[in-house]
Design a protein around this ligand. Structure first.
Ligand code: ZN
Length: 283
């Protein structure tokens, strides 16, 4: 028997079809509304929720006395550790004794490429304050130009050897294109040494010196000093020397391990920067 749909059946089918279509449209509408609402909520969260907080880049490790051939294992280790772990450091170089040790020069260039900076540590590690203004001018200019030529990078920071400088040093710095002096907070104020020269002294010494030997401070002592420095100055600058990492002419691995643990502990709350980087934050 052939089943022929009556007009009524057809009408019912047509109504059912319309209802289905309408429901589909409703579902589609509700789904669209839900999607739009979730996009709006996501956008609002983006605006109102605090971003995953970045660690304040307020810690500087300043490595003084970088020079050819001396304390070689320690110098190369400090630069390599910094480069591999992407922790910028400030390398205070003695220009007159730098440039012949190709391994050191290459490591320094790599360090700069990885975000570290080089700064001038006198011309030949001299006590600048004992020289007249003209002589300081010559020495500061020669030091700056030599490092710029050898490493193809500009530097505007002076770390006076033996933390010693006077008002003529500041005048000579202005004349020869420096903008930042970095001594030691024990002797020098943070702030402005003149209208154009900013003073950002080191605030922490990594090691104690006595009986002609260096003794690295414990991690807990350094961490306390870091907290106190940030509280007082808004940053912490830890000064160290390659000599502190040497024992019998090679790298003292125990000291290196302790140094790494100190840096890793600091990294839990802060990140590392250069002196020029800190200068921008403090201004
Ligand atoms: Zn020095």
């Amino acid at each position: 028997m052939v089943n022929i749909s009556s007009p009524l059946d057809f009408q019912e089918e047509s109504v059912a079809y319309e209802v289905k279509k309408l429901k589909k449209q409703q579902y589609f509408f509700i789904a669209s509304v839900l999607i739009v609402i979730s996009i709006i909520v996501a956008l609002c969260n983006e605006v109102t929720m605090p971003k995953k907080t970045a660690k304040p880049p307020v810690i500087v490790v300043r490595i003084d006395d970088v020079q050819d051939f001396a304390f070689k294992d320690a110098q190369l280790y400090l630069m390599e550790y910094s480069r591999v772990n992407k922790l910028p450091v400030s390398l205070a170089i003695i220009p007159k004794f730098f440039g012949m040790d190709h391994e050191l020069v290459e490591a320094t260039i790599q360090a700069i490429r990885a975000g570290s900076e080089v700064v001038v540590h006198g011309w030949e590690h001299e006590d600048l304050a004992q020289f007249a203004l003209d002589e300081q001018n010559l020495r500061l200019l020669e030091a700056k130009q030599y490092l710029e030529k050898t490493l193809n990078t500009e530097t505007k920071v002076l770390v006076p050897p033996m933390f010693s400088y006077n008002s003529d040093t500041i005048i000579a710095m202005e004349t020869t294109g420096y903008t930042i002096i970095s001594g030691l907070s024990e002797f020098h104020e943070k702030g402005w040494a003149s209208v154009r020269i900013q003073s950002i002294p080191a605030t922490i010494e990594l090691s104690d010196y006595g009986n002609e030997t260096w003794q690295m401070k414990s991690r807990s002592v350094i961490l306390k000093e870091v907290e106190a420095s940030i509280e007082k100055y808004g940053y912490a600058m830890i000064v160290t020397h390659p000599q502190e990492f040497m024992e019998y002419n090679s790298l003292n691995r125990d000291v290196a391990n302790e140094y790494e643990q100190i840096l890793q502990s600091i990294l839990e709350n802060f990140s590392f920067n250069t002196i020029e980087g800190i200068s921008n934050i403090l201004q």
